[in-house]
Design a binder for this molecule. Structure first.
Ligand SMILES: Cc1cc2nc3c(=O)[nH]c(=O)nc-3n(C[C@H](O)[C@H](O)[C@H](O)COP(=O)(O)O)c2cc1C
Length: 458
Protein backbone atom coordinates (compact mmCIF):
# COMPACT_ATOMS: atom_id res chain seq x y z
CA UNK A 1 0.00 0.00 0.00
CA UNK A 2 1.11 3.54 -0.67
CA UNK A 3 2.12 5.57 2.41
CA UNK A 4 -0.29 8.32 3.59
CA UNK A 5 -0.14 11.47 1.50
CA UNK A 6 0.79 14.91 2.84
CA UNK A 7 -1.21 17.80 1.38
CA UNK A 8 -0.25 21.43 1.14
CA UNK A 9 -2.08 24.16 -0.75
CA UNK A 10 0.25 26.57 -2.58
CA UNK A 11 -1.08 30.13 -2.36
CA UNK A 12 -0.08 33.77 -2.46
CA UNK A 13 -1.83 37.02 -1.55
CA UNK A 14 -2.07 38.15 -5.16
CA UNK A 15 -4.68 38.16 -7.96
CA UNK A 16 -2.72 35.85 -10.31
CA UNK A 17 -0.40 33.45 -8.54
CA UNK A 18 0.46 30.53 -10.83
CA UNK A 19 -2.24 30.74 -13.52
CA UNK A 20 -2.10 34.03 -15.44
CA UNK A 21 -5.39 34.95 -17.08
CA UNK A 22 -7.61 32.54 -15.13
CA UNK A 23 -8.75 35.33 -12.81
CA UNK A 24 -11.13 36.23 -15.68
CA UNK A 25 -12.95 32.89 -15.39
CA UNK A 26 -16.53 33.49 -14.16
CA UNK A 27 -16.06 31.08 -11.21
CA UNK A 28 -12.75 32.61 -10.11
CA UNK A 29 -12.60 34.62 -6.89
CA UNK A 30 -8.99 35.81 -7.05
CA UNK A 31 -10.19 39.40 -6.89
CA UNK A 32 -10.86 38.64 -3.19
CA UNK A 33 -7.12 38.14 -2.57
CA UNK A 34 -7.14 41.20 -0.30
CA UNK A 35 -10.16 40.10 1.81
CA UNK A 36 -9.26 38.39 5.05
CA UNK A 37 -12.57 36.50 4.86
CA UNK A 38 -11.40 34.81 1.63
CA UNK A 39 -8.33 33.35 3.35
CA UNK A 40 -10.23 32.34 6.49
CA UNK A 41 -12.83 30.46 4.42
CA UNK A 42 -10.09 28.78 2.40
CA UNK A 43 -8.09 27.72 5.47
CA UNK A 44 -11.21 26.30 7.13
CA UNK A 45 -12.22 24.44 4.00
CA UNK A 46 -8.74 22.98 3.47
CA UNK A 47 -8.63 21.89 7.09
CA UNK A 48 -11.93 20.05 6.62
CA UNK A 49 -10.39 18.35 3.56
CA UNK A 50 -7.48 16.99 5.60
CA UNK A 51 -4.83 19.40 4.28
CA UNK A 52 -1.78 19.53 6.53
CA UNK A 53 -0.76 23.01 5.48
CA UNK A 54 -1.45 26.11 3.46
CA UNK A 55 1.75 27.55 2.17
CA UNK A 56 2.12 31.19 1.18
CA UNK A 57 4.65 32.21 -1.43
CA UNK A 58 6.15 35.69 -1.27
CA UNK A 59 8.42 37.82 -3.40
CA UNK A 60 9.80 41.29 -2.80
CA UNK A 61 9.71 42.94 -6.20
CA UNK A 62 7.68 43.29 -9.36
CA UNK A 63 8.23 40.97 -12.31
CA UNK A 64 9.88 43.47 -14.64
CA UNK A 65 12.07 41.35 -16.92
CA UNK A 66 9.61 40.70 -19.80
CA UNK A 67 10.20 43.30 -22.52
CA UNK A 68 12.28 45.22 -20.00
CA UNK A 69 9.32 46.47 -17.97
CA UNK A 70 6.77 45.49 -15.31
CA UNK A 71 3.83 46.57 -17.50
CA UNK A 72 2.83 43.11 -18.70
CA UNK A 73 2.89 41.59 -15.20
CA UNK A 74 1.04 44.57 -13.73
CA UNK A 75 -1.63 44.46 -16.45
CA UNK A 76 -2.19 40.74 -15.87
CA UNK A 77 -2.19 40.96 -12.07
CA UNK A 78 0.78 38.57 -12.12
CA UNK A 79 1.83 38.40 -8.49
CA UNK A 80 0.93 42.08 -8.34
CA UNK A 81 -0.43 43.80 -6.36
CA UNK A 82 0.54 41.73 -3.34
CA UNK A 83 0.11 41.68 0.43
CA UNK A 84 2.46 40.41 3.13
CA UNK A 85 1.40 36.89 4.16
CA UNK A 86 2.94 36.98 7.64
CA UNK A 87 0.38 39.53 8.73
CA UNK A 88 -2.68 37.33 8.21
CA UNK A 89 -1.44 34.12 9.83
CA UNK A 90 -2.69 34.84 13.34
CA UNK A 91 -6.18 35.54 12.03
CA UNK A 92 -6.16 32.24 10.12
CA UNK A 93 -4.88 30.38 13.18
CA UNK A 94 -7.65 31.84 15.33
CA UNK A 95 -10.25 30.54 12.86
CA UNK A 96 -8.83 26.99 12.55
CA UNK A 97 -7.59 24.20 14.81
CA UNK A 98 -5.11 21.92 13.05
CA UNK A 99 -3.93 23.21 9.70
CA UNK A 100 -0.35 24.52 9.51
CA UNK A 101 0.81 27.73 7.84
CA UNK A 102 3.94 27.91 5.72
CA UNK A 103 5.25 31.43 5.26
CA UNK A 104 7.95 32.47 2.85
CA UNK A 105 10.61 34.93 4.03
CA UNK A 106 13.84 35.90 2.36
CA UNK A 107 17.24 35.48 4.00
CA UNK A 108 18.71 37.85 1.43
CA UNK A 109 16.62 40.86 2.43
CA UNK A 110 15.48 40.40 6.03
CA UNK A 111 17.73 40.81 9.05
CA UNK A 112 17.99 37.52 10.97
CA UNK A 113 17.42 39.13 14.36
CA UNK A 114 14.08 40.59 13.26
CA UNK A 115 13.02 37.52 11.33
CA UNK A 116 13.71 35.31 14.36
CA UNK A 117 11.42 37.39 16.55
CA UNK A 118 8.65 37.52 13.93
CA UNK A 119 8.60 33.75 13.47
CA UNK A 120 8.78 33.18 17.22
CA UNK A 121 5.72 35.39 17.55
CA UNK A 122 3.88 33.41 14.89
CA UNK A 123 4.93 30.12 16.44
CA UNK A 124 3.65 31.31 19.80
CA UNK A 125 0.29 32.66 18.67
CA UNK A 126 -0.42 29.68 16.38
CA UNK A 127 0.66 27.18 19.08
CA UNK A 128 3.39 25.80 16.84
CA UNK A 129 1.49 25.68 13.57
CA UNK A 130 3.95 27.74 11.56
CA UNK A 131 6.62 26.84 9.03
CA UNK A 132 9.21 29.03 7.36
CA UNK A 133 9.90 28.61 3.65
CA UNK A 134 13.54 29.73 3.49
CA UNK A 135 14.23 31.51 0.22
CA UNK A 136 17.29 33.31 -1.09
CA UNK A 137 15.13 35.24 -3.65
CA UNK A 138 15.75 35.55 -7.37
CA UNK A 139 14.66 39.01 -8.56
CA UNK A 140 16.86 41.94 -9.56
CA UNK A 141 13.87 44.21 -8.88
CA UNK A 142 13.94 43.19 -5.21
CA UNK A 143 17.69 43.79 -5.00
CA UNK A 144 17.33 47.27 -6.51
CA UNK A 145 14.53 48.35 -4.16
CA UNK A 146 16.11 46.89 -1.06
CA UNK A 147 19.37 48.74 -1.38
CA UNK A 148 21.65 46.22 -3.06
CA UNK A 149 21.63 47.68 -6.59
CA UNK A 150 21.87 44.22 -8.09
CA UNK A 151 21.47 40.65 -6.87
CA UNK A 152 24.13 38.92 -4.86
CA UNK A 153 25.41 36.17 -7.21
CA UNK A 154 23.39 32.93 -7.10
CA UNK A 155 25.76 30.67 -5.15
CA UNK A 156 26.95 33.43 -2.83
CA UNK A 157 23.31 34.00 -1.80
CA UNK A 158 23.39 30.45 -0.43
CA UNK A 159 26.79 30.97 1.28
CA UNK A 160 25.35 34.00 3.03
CA UNK A 161 22.22 32.02 3.86
CA UNK A 162 24.39 29.44 5.66
CA UNK A 163 25.63 32.07 8.08
CA UNK A 164 22.09 33.44 8.39
CA UNK A 165 20.89 30.02 9.53
CA UNK A 166 23.65 29.85 12.15
CA UNK A 167 22.36 33.14 13.57
CA UNK A 168 18.72 32.10 13.73
CA UNK A 169 19.54 28.65 15.18
CA UNK A 170 21.59 30.37 17.88
CA UNK A 171 18.61 32.63 18.66
CA UNK A 172 15.91 29.96 18.52
CA UNK A 173 17.74 26.98 19.94
CA UNK A 174 20.53 28.28 22.14
CA UNK A 175 19.73 31.69 23.57
CA UNK A 176 16.88 31.15 26.01
CA UNK A 177 16.69 27.87 27.92
CA UNK A 178 13.48 25.97 28.60
CA UNK A 179 12.27 26.99 32.03
CA UNK A 180 13.80 30.47 31.78
CA UNK A 181 10.38 32.06 32.21
CA UNK A 182 9.38 31.37 35.81
CA UNK A 183 6.89 34.21 36.53
CA UNK A 184 7.44 33.68 40.25
CA UNK A 185 5.80 36.59 42.10
CA UNK A 186 7.02 35.44 45.51
CA UNK A 187 10.64 35.42 44.39
CA UNK A 188 10.07 38.52 42.28
CA UNK A 189 11.55 36.83 39.19
CA UNK A 190 9.82 36.83 35.85
CA UNK A 191 12.71 35.46 33.79
CA UNK A 192 15.73 33.68 35.27
CA UNK A 193 18.73 35.65 33.92
CA UNK A 194 21.05 32.63 34.26
CA UNK A 195 19.00 30.90 31.55
CA UNK A 196 19.21 33.72 28.99
CA UNK A 197 22.39 33.78 26.90
CA UNK A 198 23.86 36.29 24.51
CA UNK A 199 24.64 34.52 21.24
CA UNK A 200 27.83 36.46 20.49
CA UNK A 201 27.64 35.96 16.75
CA UNK A 202 30.32 37.72 14.73
CA UNK A 203 30.66 36.48 11.16
CA UNK A 204 31.41 37.51 7.61
CA UNK A 205 27.90 38.83 6.91
CA UNK A 206 26.19 39.29 10.29
CA UNK A 207 26.98 40.64 13.72
CA UNK A 208 24.46 39.72 16.44
CA UNK A 209 25.95 39.91 19.92
CA UNK A 210 22.79 39.85 22.06
CA UNK A 211 20.14 37.42 23.23
CA UNK A 212 16.92 36.39 21.48
CA UNK A 213 13.99 38.70 22.13
CA UNK A 214 11.44 35.89 22.48
CA UNK A 215 11.17 33.08 24.99
CA UNK A 216 11.05 29.49 23.64
CA UNK A 217 7.92 28.80 21.60
CA UNK A 218 6.25 25.41 20.96
CA UNK A 219 8.57 24.48 18.08
CA UNK A 220 11.46 26.85 18.95
CA UNK A 221 12.78 26.78 15.35
CA UNK A 222 9.69 26.93 13.10
CA UNK A 223 9.23 23.92 10.85
CA UNK A 224 11.63 24.46 7.92
CA UNK A 225 10.68 24.29 4.25
CA UNK A 226 13.07 24.93 1.38
CA UNK A 227 12.87 24.74 -2.38
CA UNK A 228 16.35 25.18 -3.78
CA UNK A 229 16.77 22.84 -6.70
CA UNK A 230 20.06 23.96 -8.28
CA UNK A 231 23.04 21.95 -7.06
CA UNK A 232 23.96 24.64 -4.53
CA UNK A 233 20.31 24.99 -3.50
CA UNK A 234 19.99 21.25 -3.09
CA UNK A 235 22.99 21.14 -0.77
CA UNK A 236 21.46 23.92 1.32
CA UNK A 237 18.18 22.01 1.51
CA UNK A 238 19.98 18.81 2.54
CA UNK A 239 21.64 20.72 5.38
CA UNK A 240 18.62 22.64 6.66
CA UNK A 241 15.22 21.61 5.29
CA UNK A 242 12.73 19.38 7.04
CA UNK A 243 10.46 19.49 4.01
CA UNK A 244 11.37 20.34 0.43
CA UNK A 245 9.23 21.67 -2.39
CA UNK A 246 10.08 20.39 -5.81
CA UNK A 247 8.54 20.84 -9.20
CA UNK A 248 9.17 17.89 -11.51
CA UNK A 249 7.51 17.08 -14.84
CA UNK A 250 6.98 13.34 -14.24
CA UNK A 251 7.32 10.87 -11.36
CA UNK A 252 10.22 9.16 -13.16
CA UNK A 253 12.26 12.38 -13.53
CA UNK A 254 11.30 13.51 -10.04
CA UNK A 255 12.66 10.18 -8.73
CA UNK A 256 16.12 10.99 -10.09
CA UNK A 257 16.11 14.27 -8.20
CA UNK A 258 14.68 12.70 -5.04
CA UNK A 259 17.35 9.97 -5.04
CA UNK A 260 19.98 12.72 -5.30
CA UNK A 261 18.49 14.63 -2.34
CA UNK A 262 18.18 11.52 -0.17
CA UNK A 263 21.83 10.69 -0.96
CA UNK A 264 22.88 14.22 -0.01
CA UNK A 265 20.96 13.97 3.26
CA UNK A 266 22.93 10.90 4.23
CA UNK A 267 26.17 12.63 3.22
CA UNK A 268 25.14 15.51 5.50
CA UNK A 269 24.72 13.12 8.45
CA UNK A 270 20.93 12.91 8.35
CA UNK A 271 18.71 9.94 7.62
CA UNK A 272 17.43 9.57 4.05
CA UNK A 273 13.81 9.94 5.16
CA UNK A 274 14.38 12.83 7.57
CA UNK A 275 12.98 15.26 4.99
CA UNK A 276 9.52 15.13 3.45
CA UNK A 277 9.33 15.96 -0.24
CA UNK A 278 6.31 17.77 -1.67
CA UNK A 279 5.89 17.85 -5.43
CA UNK A 280 3.96 20.60 -7.13
CA UNK A 281 0.75 19.70 -9.00
CA UNK A 282 -2.48 21.25 -10.22
CA UNK A 283 -5.54 19.06 -9.78
CA UNK A 284 -8.64 19.56 -11.90
CA UNK A 285 -11.30 17.28 -10.49
CA UNK A 286 -14.91 16.62 -11.42
CA UNK A 287 -17.42 13.80 -10.89
CA UNK A 288 -16.33 12.04 -14.11
CA UNK A 289 -13.22 12.02 -16.31
CA UNK A 290 -15.21 13.59 -19.16
CA UNK A 291 -16.51 16.43 -16.97
CA UNK A 292 -12.98 17.13 -15.73
CA UNK A 293 -11.58 17.19 -19.28
CA UNK A 294 -14.34 19.63 -20.22
CA UNK A 295 -13.35 21.83 -17.30
CA UNK A 296 -9.74 21.91 -18.50
CA UNK A 297 -10.86 22.76 -22.05
CA UNK A 298 -12.97 25.59 -20.65
CA UNK A 299 -10.04 26.89 -18.57
CA UNK A 300 -7.82 26.97 -21.67
CA UNK A 301 -10.02 29.76 -23.09
CA UNK A 302 -8.91 32.06 -20.25
CA UNK A 303 -5.14 31.54 -20.49
CA UNK A 304 -3.16 34.77 -20.92
CA UNK A 305 0.07 33.80 -22.76
CA UNK A 306 1.74 37.23 -22.57
CA UNK A 307 1.16 37.43 -18.83
CA UNK A 308 2.49 33.86 -18.52
CA UNK A 309 5.69 34.87 -20.33
CA UNK A 310 6.00 37.82 -17.93
CA UNK A 311 5.73 35.36 -15.02
CA UNK A 312 8.32 33.05 -16.55
CA UNK A 313 10.67 35.98 -17.20
CA UNK A 314 10.26 37.10 -13.60
CA UNK A 315 11.15 33.64 -12.29
CA UNK A 316 14.11 33.01 -14.52
CA UNK A 317 15.47 36.40 -15.66
CA UNK A 318 14.96 35.17 -19.26
CA UNK A 319 13.00 37.55 -21.51
CA UNK A 320 11.25 35.71 -24.35
CA UNK A 321 9.48 38.82 -25.68
CA UNK A 322 11.56 39.01 -28.84
CA UNK A 323 12.34 35.35 -29.55
CA UNK A 324 10.74 33.25 -32.26
CA UNK A 325 7.80 31.76 -30.34
CA UNK A 326 8.19 28.48 -32.20
CA UNK A 327 11.96 27.99 -31.75
CA UNK A 328 13.26 25.46 -29.20
CA UNK A 329 14.15 26.89 -25.79
CA UNK A 330 17.67 26.48 -24.44
CA UNK A 331 19.08 26.51 -20.92
CA UNK A 332 21.22 29.48 -19.88
CA UNK A 333 22.90 30.07 -16.54
CA UNK A 334 21.15 33.07 -14.94
CA UNK A 335 21.13 34.82 -11.58
CA UNK A 336 17.43 33.98 -11.25
CA UNK A 337 15.55 30.80 -10.41
CA UNK A 338 17.62 28.18 -12.20
CA UNK A 339 15.30 25.26 -11.61
CA UNK A 340 12.35 27.11 -13.18
CA UNK A 341 14.35 27.46 -16.39
CA UNK A 342 15.56 23.86 -16.18
CA UNK A 343 11.91 22.70 -16.03
CA UNK A 344 11.49 23.76 -19.65
CA UNK A 345 14.96 22.93 -20.98
CA UNK A 346 17.27 20.38 -19.38
CA UNK A 347 15.06 18.57 -16.85
CA UNK A 348 13.33 16.35 -19.39
CA UNK A 349 15.74 15.58 -22.26
CA UNK A 350 12.95 13.90 -24.25
CA UNK A 351 10.86 17.07 -24.40
CA UNK A 352 11.69 20.17 -26.43
CA UNK A 353 9.69 23.27 -25.47
CA UNK A 354 8.93 26.37 -27.52
CA UNK A 355 8.02 29.70 -25.96
CA UNK A 356 4.48 29.37 -27.33
CA UNK A 357 3.97 25.97 -25.67
CA UNK A 358 5.58 27.15 -22.45
CA UNK A 359 3.25 30.15 -22.19
CA UNK A 360 0.13 28.01 -22.46
CA UNK A 361 1.50 25.40 -20.07
CA UNK A 362 2.66 27.87 -17.40
CA UNK A 363 -0.74 29.58 -17.39
CA UNK A 364 -2.44 26.52 -15.88
CA UNK A 365 -0.81 26.04 -12.50
CA UNK A 366 2.76 27.11 -13.27
CA UNK A 367 5.48 24.50 -13.55
CA UNK A 368 4.05 21.27 -12.18
CA UNK A 369 1.91 18.56 -13.83
CA UNK A 370 -1.80 19.13 -14.39
CA UNK A 371 -3.74 16.07 -13.23
CA UNK A 372 -7.29 15.91 -14.58
CA UNK A 373 -10.11 13.48 -13.89
CA UNK A 374 -12.59 11.84 -11.59
CA UNK A 375 -11.61 11.25 -7.96
CA UNK A 376 -10.55 7.66 -8.74
CA UNK A 377 -8.41 8.71 -11.72
CA UNK A 378 -6.75 11.46 -9.73
CA UNK A 379 -6.00 9.33 -6.70
CA UNK A 380 -4.56 6.57 -8.95
CA UNK A 381 -2.22 9.18 -10.42
CA UNK A 382 -1.27 10.64 -7.03
CA UNK A 383 -0.45 7.13 -5.81
CA UNK A 384 1.74 6.61 -8.88
CA UNK A 385 3.63 9.83 -8.12
CA UNK A 386 4.15 8.77 -4.53
CA UNK A 387 5.44 5.30 -5.34
CA UNK A 388 7.43 5.99 -8.52
CA UNK A 389 8.69 9.42 -7.49
CA UNK A 390 9.38 8.42 -3.86
CA UNK A 391 7.79 11.69 -2.73
CA UNK A 392 5.74 12.23 0.41
CA UNK A 393 3.06 14.63 -0.70
CA UNK A 394 1.87 17.43 -2.90
CA UNK A 395 1.95 21.16 -3.01
CA UNK A 396 -1.28 21.93 -4.86
CA UNK A 397 -1.77 25.01 -6.99
CA UNK A 398 -5.00 26.06 -8.64
CA UNK A 399 -6.09 27.25 -12.04
CA UNK A 400 -9.42 28.71 -10.86
CA UNK A 401 -9.29 29.91 -7.26
CA UNK A 402 -10.57 28.64 -4.95
CA UNK A 403 -12.78 26.37 -7.07
CA UNK A 404 -10.06 23.81 -7.84
CA UNK A 405 -9.09 23.43 -4.18
CA UNK A 406 -12.78 23.31 -3.23
CA UNK A 407 -13.31 20.53 -5.77
CA UNK A 408 -10.34 18.68 -4.29
CA UNK A 409 -11.83 18.88 -0.80
CA UNK A 410 -15.28 17.86 -2.00
CA UNK A 411 -14.27 15.04 -4.37
CA UNK A 412 -10.67 13.90 -3.92
CA UNK A 413 -10.22 14.03 -0.14
CA UNK A 414 -13.07 11.52 0.42
CA UNK A 415 -11.50 9.15 -2.10
CA UNK A 416 -8.09 9.49 -0.39
CA UNK A 417 -9.72 8.80 2.97
CA UNK A 418 -11.62 5.82 1.55
CA UNK A 419 -8.30 4.31 0.42
CA UNK A 420 -6.65 5.05 3.77
CA UNK A 421 -4.27 7.52 2.15
CA UNK A 422 -5.25 10.63 4.06
CA UNK A 423 -4.65 10.60 7.77
CA UNK A 424 -5.95 13.73 9.46
CA UNK A 425 -3.43 15.45 11.72
CA UNK A 426 -4.44 15.11 15.35
CA UNK A 427 -3.47 18.63 16.29
CA UNK A 428 -0.19 19.72 17.77
CA UNK A 429 2.56 21.48 15.90
CA UNK A 430 3.16 21.63 12.15
CA UNK A 431 6.39 19.64 12.67
CA UNK A 432 4.50 16.84 14.42
CA UNK A 433 1.80 16.80 11.74
CA UNK A 434 4.30 16.46 8.88
CA UNK A 435 7.12 14.41 10.40
CA UNK A 436 5.05 12.41 12.90
CA UNK A 437 7.66 13.04 15.60
CA UNK A 438 8.12 15.63 18.35
CA UNK A 439 7.55 19.39 18.23
CA UNK A 440 11.26 20.33 18.20
CA UNK A 441 14.05 19.91 15.63
CA UNK A 442 15.35 16.33 15.38
CA UNK A 443 18.62 15.65 17.18
CA UNK A 444 20.41 14.96 13.88
CA UNK A 445 19.36 18.33 12.47
CA UNK A 446 22.09 20.92 12.16
CA UNK A 447 20.13 23.42 14.27
CA UNK A 448 20.14 21.01 17.22
CA UNK A 449 23.89 21.52 17.48
CA UNK A 450 23.25 25.07 18.71
CA UNK A 451 21.33 24.01 21.80
CA UNK A 452 22.69 24.89 25.21
CA UNK A 453 24.96 22.03 26.19
CA UNK A 454 25.16 20.57 22.65
CA UNK A 455 28.57 19.09 22.08
CA UNK A 456 29.07 19.96 18.42
CA UNK A 457 27.59 21.82 15.52
CA UNK A 458 27.11 19.56 12.50
C1 LIG B 1 6.99 25.23 -4.86
C2 LIG B 1 7.99 26.34 -4.85
C3 LIG B 1 7.66 27.51 -4.19
C4 LIG B 1 8.56 28.57 -4.15
N1 LIG B 1 8.19 29.72 -3.52
C5 LIG B 1 9.03 30.78 -3.51
C6 LIG B 1 8.65 32.00 -2.94
O1 LIG B 1 7.57 32.13 -2.41
N2 LIG B 1 9.51 33.05 -2.98
C7 LIG B 1 10.74 32.93 -3.55
O2 LIG B 1 11.49 33.92 -3.53
N3 LIG B 1 11.14 31.77 -4.11
C8 LIG B 1 10.30 30.71 -4.13
N4 LIG B 1 10.67 29.55 -4.73
C9 LIG B 1 11.97 29.50 -5.34
C10 LIG B 1 12.97 28.77 -4.52
O3 LIG B 1 13.06 29.17 -3.19
C11 LIG B 1 14.33 28.90 -5.12
O4 LIG B 1 14.74 30.23 -5.17
C12 LIG B 1 14.22 28.39 -6.49
O5 LIG B 1 13.81 27.04 -6.47
C13 LIG B 1 15.53 28.56 -7.18
O6 LIG B 1 16.53 27.97 -6.46
P1 LIG B 1 17.67 27.35 -7.26
O7 LIG B 1 18.26 28.44 -8.08
O8 LIG B 1 18.57 26.79 -6.18
O9 LIG B 1 17.05 26.28 -8.11
C14 LIG B 1 9.81 28.47 -4.77
C15 LIG B 1 10.14 27.28 -5.45
C16 LIG B 1 9.24 26.21 -5.49
C17 LIG B 1 9.61 24.96 -6.23
Amino acid sequence: MTKPILLNAFEMLVPAHQSPGLWRHPADESHRYSDLSYWIELAQNLESGGFHGIFFADILGQYDVYAGSADEAVRGGVQYPMLDPTLIISALAAATKRIGFGVTASVTYEQPYLLARRFSTLDQVTQGRVAWNIVTSYQDSAARNLGLGEQIPHDERYDRAEEYMDVVYKLWEGSVEDGAVVADATANVFVDPTKVHNIGHEGRYFSVPGAALSAPTPQRTPFLFQAGASSRGQQFAADHAEAIFFSGPSPELTRKWVDGVRGQLVASGRSADSVKIFSMATIIAAETDEAAEQKLADYADYVDPDAALALFAGWTGVDLSTVDLDAPLEYAETEGNRSALASFTTMDPSRVWTARELARFVAIGGRGPVIVGSPATIVDELERWISVGDIDGFNLTSAVRPADLDAFVRLVSPELRRRGLLVDAEGGTFREAVLGKGPRLADDHRGAGFRVGATSVK
